[in-house]
Design a binder for this molecule. Structure first.
Ligand SMILES: NC(=O)c1ccc[n+]([C@@H]2O[C@H](COP(=O)([O-])OP(=O)(O)OC[C@H]3O[C@@H](n4cnc5c(N)ncnc54)[C@H](O)[C@@H]3O)[C@@H](O)[C@H]2O)c1
Length: 337
């Protein structure tokens, strides 16, 4: 398929303000859209993003990189104007270390989202795509798959609290100031260039000590995993196809696959792809690998399926492809949507 703006983004969107655009998911947004001609301002403080992920796009006329912080409200007001869409991905994603620095989720999560909404309101930018997370569900999603309608929403990590509070702020700004928002609660997004997560950790551990693979927790962890290009495809599908109205100016969608992968199966896949299948898997620890951990996350994706979008691959297939990509194995490159 030829990449054109109209396949992917509605024609009224000429410029996108992409927060967190130098990170794992954000850099894939550039891979997908940089050649369509749509203007993209990448706004990132490089706390976790890397310029090497996006360097090849930065000489293109339609792409602009701005090193900036979402805590800098005045810079946001100055820079966000003249965009038709804010794609808000910037957040603290170091969930484990949130335990020692909970203020990061308050700042990069809640205050940062408030600043962006305020800048949108003040500069007349109306539309937002927001990256939320299954982390908002806390223990509700531990056994039975949950829908977007379940509550009360009581997260078990400050990261999840940051996402839940951001969702609430976004909803209120939509209703009070006429903004529109598409909020997506992701499953685990995986692919090349991951900087955290279970696949990243297993690969790092095995590179250090290939003789065994230690799995932290009780080994019962299971979550839904899906590829980063599917995540982008889903977000853009909703933005194009699901209209927001005056009565309902924002909505929330679980985004992922309806399937899950057990942590021991991820461990086996990583060992297999590294040619280490005889190395034993050693399960060490307790049910929660760290405070705030959600070892089991199950959610339903029916709401988005009814609207016409489902992932192409299941969770196990996605895990194998992501492991191969992290190992730079041939035949696992991203497909063109
Ligand atoms: N990867 C997943 O599995 C997953 C799952 C659920 C939700 N999400 C959400 O998707 C978004 C993108 O995640 P990712 O996996 O690409 O993570 P990432 O850490 O690679 O990307 C986040 C980017 O935000 C930037 N950033 C952080 N704080 C900032 C600040 N104060 N100002 C400006 N930039 C800042 C970082 O430098 C980084 O480039 C995040 O909001 C994350 O919470 C990701």
């Amino acid at each position: 398929m030829t990449l054109t703006q109209t396949n992917l983004i509605p024609p009224h969107v000429k410029r996108i303000f992409l927060t967190g655009g130098a990170g794992f998911i954000g850099s894939h947004v550039l891979d997908l859209l940089a050649d369509t001609g749509v203007g993209i301002t990448v706004y990132d403080n490089l706390s976790n993003g890397r310029l090497e992920y996006i360097n090849r796009h930065l000489s293109k006329q339609n792409i602009r990189f701005l090193k900036g912080d979402i805590l800098d409200r005045e810079l946001l007001v100055e820079e966000i104007k003249n965009h038709e869409l804010v794609w808000h991905l910037a957040a603290n994603t170091d969930i484990i270390n949130s335990h020692d620095y909970p203020a990061r989720d308050l700042e990069d999560g809640i205050v940062g989202t408030f600043n962006i909404l305020d800048a949108m309101r003040r500069s007349g930018v109306r539309d937002m795509i927001f990256a939320s997370s299954g982390a908002v569900y806390g223990n509700l999603a531990a056994e039975e798959p949950v829908t977007e309608a379940i509550g009360p929403i009581l997260p078990v990590s400050t990261y999840g609290a940051g996402k839940a509070a951001s969702e609430a702020l976004i909803s209120s700004f939509c209703h009070v100031y006429g903004l529109r928002a598409w909020i997506y609660r992701f499953g685990n997004v995986i692919g090349a260039r991951m900087t955290h997560g279970v696949i990243f950790d297993f690969l790092a551990r095995l590179k250090k000590d290939p003789s065994r693979l230690v799995v932290h927790g009780d080994g019962r962890q299971e979550k839904n995993y899906f590829l980063v290009e599917e995540c982008l495809d889903g977000m853009l599908y909703g933005f194009r196809q699901v209209p927001m109205t005056e009565d309902q100016p924002c909505d929330v969608f679980n985004l992922g696959t309806s399937t899950i992968t057990r942590v021991v199966d991820i461990a086996r896949t990583v060992l297999d792809e590294m040619g280490l299948i005889s190395s034993p898997i050693v399960i060490e620890g307790t049910k929660k690998a760290w405070p705030g951990d959600q070892p089991r996350v199950h959610f339903r994706v029916d709401k988005f399926a009814v609207l016409g979008w489902t992932s192409r691959l299941d969770s196990d297939q996605s895990v194998r492809i992501a492991v191969r990509r992290m190992l730079n194995k041939p035949g696992s490159e991203a497909w063109v949507l």
